[in-house]
Design a protein around this ligand. Structure first.
Ligand code: ADP
Ligand code: ASP
Ligand code: MG
Length: 462
C-alpha cells in the first residue's frame, strides 16, 4: 500500500488536475501497487476562504462577491474536467457543499463573530471541494474510487488552526475504515475533528501530515509527496538560483530544513513516518520521471556534509540582559516557562557564555506580547536593576545550515562565518543545536538573499 499526496500547486487548474489524474491512471492500470491519494485544496483556495471569512466578519460586503467568484472557479474547473452528460452528480454535491459554506459565512456576517473554530470550519471546504471534484472526475474516467472526508477519522484536540492528533484513536479509526473500504480512497488533506466532531485543521501546509498519518496507520511501504519542484533542493529555488535537488536526506535533516522555512514539506510530517520507518519521497508532478528526493532513516553515503540552507524571512529578536542573570540558575527556565504558558513559539535561543544575555527569536507578531510577558515574569528583578530593559529588534531573518554529517566535520562554522565576513554580512546572533545538525544565524533581513547565495556557493559545491 502506498499513500500519495498532491499539493495545491499540483492542482491549480483543470490542466494540472488532468496531468495528476494521468499519473494516477498509470498506477491504477498497472495494478502493481495498491494506493490511496490525499489532495490539498486547489491552489490559493485556503487563503481565499480565510479572506472571505475575515471580510464577512468586518461586515464588508465584498465577501459575497469573493464567495461567488470562488464558487464559479470550482464550477468552471469541474466543467472543464467532465462531460456535460456526466457532471450532474458532481454538480449536486458541489451545490450542497456551497450551500453549507454560504450558510456559515453569512452567519459570520450577521453575528460579527469569527472564532478559530468557525474559521477552521470555513477553510475545511477547500479540501472537501477539491476532493469532491477530483474524485468524481476520476470515477467518470473509470478509476474505481471513493471520496473520504478525513475529519471522520483524524481525531484531534481543540487547538483550532493547528490541532494535535490523538494517534491512539485516529490509528484505530483509519485501520477499521480501510478494513471495510477496499477501494482506492480519495482523501481530504489538512482537515480533522475533535472528539465532539467539530472540524479542526492540522496547520497550514498540513496535507503532507495527513498523508503521513494515513501512511503510518496503514503501514504503507512508501509515502509519496507530489509537488511542483524536483524534490528537496539545497535551498529555496526562488531565492537561490543554483539550488539543486538532493537524492536523499534523513528524517532529521528534513525536519530541520522544513522547521527553518523549507516549505516543501510540513515539519510534523516526518514524525509518524519516522516512528514506523516508512520512507517518504518528494516528487515533481511536472517532471514525474525524475526520481525526486527520498527521506529515510540513514543514508548509505552522501557526497555532501551540508545538505541544505533554509531561512525564515521575517523574525524578531527579544533580548533580555542584565548582571543579575549571571550564575543564577532557573532564569532560562522561568523565561521559557512564561512564554510557553502564553503559547508563544520560540524559534531560536541564543545565550552568550557570560550568561549576561539571552536572545530569543520569535515571529514579529509575537514580539510585543513576548516582551510584556517577560517584563511581568521578571518584574521584581527589573525593579531591583538585576535585569535591564527587554529589547526588541525587528526586520531580521534566520538562516539555518543543515546536515547530519556536520557533526563529524570540523570547520563548517568557520566556513560559514568566513564567507559571510568576506561579504560584509553582519551576524547578529548564532545558535547551534547540541545535535550539531544545524547552525542557525540571525542576520538583517535586507542581507538575506545575498547571505543565502554566498553560503550556498561556499558550502554546496556539486
Ligand atoms: P504544495 O502546494 O505541493 O504543498 P508548497 O508550495 O507547499 O507545495 O511547497 C513547495 C514549494 O516549496 C516549492 O515550490 C519551493 O518554492 C518551496 N521551497 C522552499 N524551500 C525549498 C527547498 N529547500 N526545496 C524545495 N522546495 C522548497
Ligand atoms: N490547503 C492547506 C493550506 O493551504 C493545506 C495544504 O495545502 O497542505 O495550508
Ligand atoms: Mg505544501
Amino acid at each position: 500500500m502506498r499513500i500519495l499526496k498532491f499539493g495545491g500547486s499540483s492542482v491549480g487548474n483543470a490542466e494540472r488536475i488532468n496531468n495528476v489524474i494521468g499519473i494516477l491512471q498509470k498506477y491504477y492500470i498497472s495494478k502493481k501497487i495498491k494506493f490511496s491519494v490525499v489532495f490539498s485544496a486547489f491552489q490559493g483556495v485556503t487563503d481565499k476562504l480565510i479572506e472571505i471569512g475575515k471580510l464577512a466578519f468586518k461586515r464588508n460586503l465584498q465577501y459575497s462577491l469573493e464567495l461567488n467568484s470562488l464558487i464559479e472557479h470550482h464550477f468552471k474547473i469541474a466543467s472543464q474536467l467532465n462531460n456535460k452528460e456526466k457532471i450532474s452528480p458532481l454538480t449536486k454535491k458541489l451545490n450542497k457543499l456551497f450551500g453549507e459554506l454560504k450558510e456559515v459565512v453569512n452567519g459570520v456576517y450577521l453575528v460579527k463573530e469569527l472564532t478559530p473554530r468557525t474559521l477552521d470550519y470555513i477553510v475545511s471546504f477547500g479540501e472537501k471541494l477539491s476532493c469532491t471534484i477530483i474524485g468524481e472526475t476520476m470515477l467518470n474516467r473509470g478509476i474505481d474510487c471513493e471520496i473520504l472526508f478525513a475529519d471522520k477519522l483524524i481525531k484531534t484536540d481543540n487547538n483550532f488552526g493547528s490541532a494535535r492528533v490523538d494517534f491512539r484513536v485516529t490509528n484505530k479509526k483509519i485501520i477499521n475504515y480501510f478494513n471495510k473500504h477496499r477501494k482506492l480512497q480519495v482523501i481530504t488533506g489538512f482537515i480533522s475533528s475533535t472528539s465532539k466532531n467539530e472540524i479542526t485543521t492540522l496547520g497550514r501546509g498540513g496535507s503532507d501530515y495527513t498523508a503521513s498519518i494515513f501512511g503510518a496507520a496503514l503501514n504503507a511501504e512508501l509515502i509519496e509527496i507530489w509537488t511542483d519542484v524536483d524534490g528537496i533542493l539545497t535551498a529555496d529555488p526562488r531565492k537561490v538560483k543554483d539550488a539543486f535537488s538532493l537524492e536523499s536526506v534523513t528524517y532529521e535533516e528534513a525536519m530541520e530544513l522544513s522547521h527553518f522555512g523549507a516549505k516543501v514539506i510540513y515539519p510534523p510530517t516526518m514524525l509518524p513516518a519516522l516512528q514506523k520507518k516508512i520512507k517518504i519521497v518528494i516528487k515533481n508532478t511536472f517532471n514525474p520521471d525524475f526520481p525526486g528526493t527520498y527521506i529515510l532513516e540513514k543514508e548509505k553515503s552522501s557526497k555532501f556534509t551540508v545538505k541544505g540552507i533554509s531561512s525564515i524571512d521575517d523574525i524578531a529578536l527579544v533580548q533580555v540582559q542584565g548582571g543579575g542573570m549571571i550564575g543564577v540558575s532557573g532564569i532560562a527556565a522561568r523565561l521559557f516557562g512564561a512564554l510557553a504558558r502564553y503559547n508563544i513559539n520560540i524559534i531560536l535561543i541564543s545565550q552568550a557564555s557570560s550568561e549576561h544575555s539571552i536572545c530569543l527569536a520569535v515571529l514579529p507578531k509575537h514580539a510585543e506580547e513576548a516582551k510584556k510577558i517577560i517584563e511581568e515574569e521578571f518584574r521584581l528583578e527589573i525593579l531591583d536593576g538585576k535585569i535591564g530593559k527587554v529589547e526588541i529588534e525587528k526586520n531580521l531573518s534566520i538562516i539555518a545550515v543543515v546536515g547530519e554529517n556536520m557533526r563529524n566535520t570540523p570547520g563548517i562554522a568557520g566556513k560559514v562565518f568566513g564567507a559571510l565576513g568576506k561579504n560584509k554580512i553582519n551576524i547578529i546572533a548564532i545558535a547551534q543545536g547540541s545535535s550539531e545538525l544545524n547552525i542557525s544565524l540571525v542576520i538583517n533581513k535586507n542581507n538575506l538573499t545575498d547571505a543565502l547565495n554566498v553560503l550556498h556557493k561556499e558550502l554546496l559545491k556539486r
